[in-house]
Design a protein around this ligand. Sequence first.
Ligand code: ZN
Ligand code: ZN
Length: 581
Amino acid sequence: MTNEELAKKLETLSELLEITGENPFKAKAYLKAAQSIRAIPEDIRSLVRKGELEALPGIGKSISQQIQKYVEEGRLPLLEEIQKKIPIEIVELLKIPHIGPKTAKILFDQFGISNISDLKEALFTGKIKEARGISSKTLSKLRAALSNKELSYERMLLNEAEELSYRIREFFGKYHPEVNLMIAGSLRRGKETVGDLDFLIFGADSGKALSHFIKRTGNTSSVVEGEEITRVIDDKGVQFDFLITTEEKKGAALLHLTGSKEHNIRLRQIAKSSGNRLTHEGIFLKNGKLLTFSSEEELYEFLGLHYIPPELREDWGEIEAAKNGTLPKLLCSKDIKGDLHIHSDWSDSSASLEDLAYIAEHMGYEYISVTDHAKRLMVARGLTLEQLKARNEAIDEINEKYAGKIVLLKGIELNIDKDGQVDYEESVLKEFDFCIASLHWGLSSDRDKITERLIKVMQNPYVDAIGHPTTRLLLKRPEADIDFERVFEEAAKTGTLFEINSFPDRLDLPPRLIRLAKRYGVKFIIGTDSHSVSHLPLIKYGVTTARRGWLEKSDILNTFSLNELKDEIKKRRIERMKRYG
Ligand SMILES: [Zn+2]
Ligand SMILES: [Zn+2]
């Protein structure tokens, strides 16, 4: 059981409460509890053990009792109770555009529909011709939305969302260059997955340009009441929200649309405490006068806060830090001096060593580490000892050829076996400049077992870093069940580095665990896990994830110069040898 699993359960519970409509306050309370649990780095189980649950924001007595039951017995009594009235699967209907809790309830009450496939059937076979409480216009929108096979109700990976946003930008850039478009929402915050895309639009004829966009793409649109947001849904079900603003109001609008909701609530409270009201237009003073802000910086300053970068706006403590002037000086892309997790065509990548040297030099790197797979991972063409020797010689040749331009480190990605051992003896390992050890199988074994494997492998003097530590695949595979508090406590002693893997479907460690690790004094590396030269630029997503984990330049070893990096690796190996050798 992880915090994320519990948060999801509480969210489902909140959605069910909303659908049944019995107690809207309760629904909100459970949603807030879910957000709270997502925000904390500690394992929820240890909070339960220590009896500290109710210290969390939004967790009162009754919710805390539910959570306790869940941690101890794996069940939420309230959820079980509601399930007697309404099937849990009904929450999937909420993922469909145009369906909110009220509509879902009507569909269930009048037609007994609780899942997408029943809804499709009912809509297309004429079982639903009209429904009390749902307009015929909404019904036809639903038919249109559900007739598309590829309809995606799911979230997108960060890189997919970014590419999509560029396409929207291109449209406006090409046909309406006088209009300004700014990206906001969770994409701007660099969240690992993105649900919908939010844009600010301003400049002459913004409204006309937006109408043109809607007409030209043939998408449906609606105006969200009271919010002045135009919501556009494309033929795949992806939702775009546009907020039309003006040059002088764009600071407040950008802040509003970037979120997170939790962050904005806190800002509104701060404004309120001096009798003012913060909205997407600016600040309404007590006398009703509107103060506008053309930049977010001015608005934060007005509220008495240092500027908070979008990646930190989650109500994870950034407001307090912005008040006290203790915000971190976040890592930047330009701080990265090399990529430490790259595969070559000696294992399962399409990139030759020469390709890698060429691209890395042009990216302005000082070094890269070529970490091909060790032999045990047969699926990914792991290298035998002879092949490794030949590869290392090939690296020497490239280094000679590119002398003064780029340095290739002799790296390896080892497999952590069931006992926490790796593929090679220490006599072999010492030939490598940089060793990453990763969990590649046995991911569903029990918590203690996986935790022990990690703890054991970190005691190996030559294991410099742990790769993609939680093994999650976003939108596909959850994090392995690992006791990271124990792992990081040990890592602080062994000096083992933790990777922030930049591949968009991994982004692993997640920000929550980055903050936990940092608290224990663990240091990090950022790697792309590239399997093609086209993957090298993905490093930016690793940097974003590190920023969301509050990391500064000094937390990350591949911001070091080559000599500093080599010294640091050596120092840490010697330390481990003394302790465990
Ligand atoms: Zn791997
Ligand atoms: Zn890898």
